[in-house]
Design a protein around this ligand. Sequence first.
Ligand SMILES: Cc1cc2nc3c(=O)[nH]c(=O)nc-3n(C[C@H](O)[C@H](O)[C@H](O)COP(=O)(O)OP(=O)(O)OC[C@H]3O[C@@H](n4cnc5c(N)ncnc54)[C@H](O)[C@@H]3O)c2cc1C
Length: 387
Amino acid sequence: MDFALSQEQQMMQSLAEDISSDYPLDYWRQKDDAEEFPHEFWDELADAGFTGLTVPEEYGGEGLGMTEIVATGLALGRNGGGVSGPNLLTLGPVFGGISLNEHANEEQKQRWLPEIADGAIVSLGLTEPDAGLDTAGIKTTAEEDGDEYVLNGTKIWTTGAHVSDYIVTLARTSPMEDGSRHSGISLFVVPSDADGITVNKIDKLSMRCLGSCEVVFDGVRVSEENLLGEEDKGFYHLLGTLNTERIIWAAIPLSAGELALDLAVDYAKEREAFERPIGKNQGVQFPLAESKMELETAKLMIYKAASLYDKGEDCSMEANAAKFMGARAGFNACDQAIQTHGGMGFADEYHVERLYRDVRLARVAPVSDELVKSFVGTEVLNLPRSY
Ligand SMILES: Cc1cc2nc3c(=O)[nH]c(=O)nc-3n(C[C@H](O)[C@H](O)[C@H](O)COP(=O)(O)OP(=O)(O)OC[C@H]3O[C@@H](n4cnc5c(N)ncnc54)[C@H](O)[C@@H]3O)c2cc1C
């Protein structure tokens, strides 16, 4: 197994690093404080072709895959963006590029993919007040009316909905039936400014520059041409996209952990206590060394999952394992960065408090630690299901 990046992939990673260097840690702190979407950064990513990473070349994109998304995400996070920077890649290349590549018909591809390559923002509307991890429990409905569907219901936590152009939305098109909880759900591309949509930003702990929103659909009409893939099969269509979301959500906390580790190492070299740099103490040094090893190990699983996806092979186990290990390694690194900074770990100006708040999300979303273990326990180890 060779996960070494090709020359082209390395050049892309350098370009992502160059862009990031114009957006230092203070930029992200200000955006977080002001709860402002990083439009300037997004526009620069779009101009450099990153929003079109997964869009095929014939539709104006780069025609690349998850390996490149991971390589780019790691560069964006480690070089200043922390969690929020690489998470932008979900709002176009993953929710847009990958879902449409996989499920859209030719007409839909021609209609939306060039826009996505140019930087259209695409949110994912899956979670609802009564259904998050249990996707089959969604209550939003889409009823057929002539050649239109009428959507009613409420989504929560839809990240970027307040600035997005489209929301890829899951809705029930047929009632839930015994034994087939996951059928009867369909996927729609809904323009975010459609009549009947109300978007309310949610006050939240972290990743504040990328707002997450409640989205209310009240009689929202979309054409049948906005149905993605087959009616009633949306849940199954989404499974592939969810694996790619897990892979990028493994790289996101990992890259934030790498950034936090860099900050902690610098601080451990500079800060003196008891007349010597704190980093000279093995009590400070060893946990940082452990973090480095955890991060590097998790990175291997992330690239493995990405490479399997790109080859069209089943990557469910690897995507879940990568998500779990990336979140754990990233969280431990940010936690240790706070410990290394002592009291200063709590001061905004040292940035590690923001990374710590942001990285916590990865243990809950888009899939929680518990549900990953449950997947591996039941689907990989064939143990009996607990639910
Ligand atoms: C900042 C933020 C951004 C988000 N962005 C988006 C987005 O853009 N689009 C979107 O659709 N969603 C988004 N989400 C939603 C996110 O994906 C869900 O919150 C996440 O999947 C968890 O679902 P839940 O909140 O319904 O938790 P619940 O399902 O209510 O679970 C609560 C807890 O119980 C545990 N649990 C539940 N069932 C079991 C079980 N059977 N066994 C063991 N433990 C169990 C879970 O692991 C979890 O710890 C976002 C959430 C946040 C906080």
